[in-house]
Design a protein around this ligand. Sequence first.
Ligand code: GDP
Ligand code: GDP
Length: 452
Amino acid sequence: MTFTVAIIGRPNVGKSTLFNRLVGKKLALVDDQPGVTRDRREGEARLGDLTFTAIDTAGLEDADGASLAGRMRQQTEAAIQDADAIIFVIDARAGVTPIDRHFAGLVRRAGKPVVLLANKAESRAVGLQTYEAFGLGLGDPVPISAEHGEGLSDFYDALLQALPEHTALPEEPFEDEERDGDEEGDDVVRPLRIAIVGRPNAGKSTLINRLLGEERLLVGPEAGITRDSIGINWEWRGRPVKLFDTAGMRKRAKVEDKLEKLSIADGLRAVRFAEVVVLLLDATIPFEKQDLAILGLVEKEGRALVIAVNKWDLVAGEPGKFKQMVADAERLMSNVKGALVVPVSALTGEGLDKMLEACFKASEIWSKRVSTAQLNKWLTRILEHHPPPAVSGRRIKIRYMTQVKARPPHFALFGNQMDGLPDSYVRYLINGLREAFDLPGTPIRMSLRTPE
Ligand code: GDP
Ligand code: GDP
């Protein structure tokens, strides 16, 4: 089933840029000539493995005449009417303007699923100074950069939630240990998206080939393995998996014309589109600079993490090696503490089942939701025993906590003068949450909010 999404927002927030990115072709031509009345544009859009029809409402500001506002409103309303879901775009740099509020009103009244995008937030430079954005009543803003292609995985997740029910991701898709072969259930279970990343020579290609069976990868759809432009669809123990391979694809591209050449940026792209990232280390030279850079990326993009220590066959005899690896991992991954460390050998196949088990476990934790009641019971106890410090004589009063999002877990903390809360205290809370609610191996987000 195809569904239609309207891109709505005031002029200049980046709607056309986003439309171009989603549709891929330069369909939404930039036309600087005043007086050119453009009807809305539609195109077949793609985001990760989602395809949908996108309606762009940009360009209306070019229409001349006194009834511009009226025309814009009319066109916007028509697009909203025709859409199954709405992407509402604001400019994260400019903040929320009265015109944004006006458009948001139209969107709210339509009562359709909405994804709120805070655009122009490249490098997360803008942070989430988006209290105002929450005030639009369209849910949590997702920071993205349409121009630079950042934040797309969060956008993907948000859009997934906004899809019509039968295509939406089930709350706990991987709960069942054993599939019962029920045909109907099958298309509800979305594949677990796993990216295998690591520096050159870590063994990524060997690992992927080992997982899939060397021959099958290149010859195609045998045994349910298929490739599309983004990844490899595969099954592990009856559970659908989508693998995002990086360097390996590039190598094979040299020998196989059929496979498109991929750029360096694909490692990054793989992380963005995956739910779980497997950082593949080389046991003989673990935690090199590039590995740490990947860790940083996993944290920044909010993915679940599994660490696979490859070439274990070469070091397995060394006493204390594993303990040492786990200790190093803990020390180096302060923001994704507790990720499972799995020794593997892509060469012999040893440990690969454990690695995949760890991926499913990590995705479960990453998707976890903690009830507001539990959170606040915990918070009350913490505040009693270790209240936030006074900052320049001001007492900060924390009142309430709730989980606003999963995948990764994202909590919001409400109180007075929250912008004065020291980072160290926020980290203390995050570490506490990780312990109390068993959230290892996933980045944890925390938004601080002071209600108006
Ligand atoms: P529209 O009127 O909403 O369709 O906005 P456009 O797509 O025409 O973009 C308006 C301006 O914002 C253009 O100059 C874009 O290059 C710029 N822009 C769009 N997206 C981004 C972004 O992610 N970051 C930055 N810095 N600028 C952007
Ligand atoms: P990539 O660049 O990450 O795709 O790495 P490759 O898969 O090309 O592997 C780099 C080298 O490491 C090759 O010579 C592999 O044979 C070797 N290698 C990969 N996995 C293992 C392993 O588990 N054990 C050993 N001993 N060598 C491995």
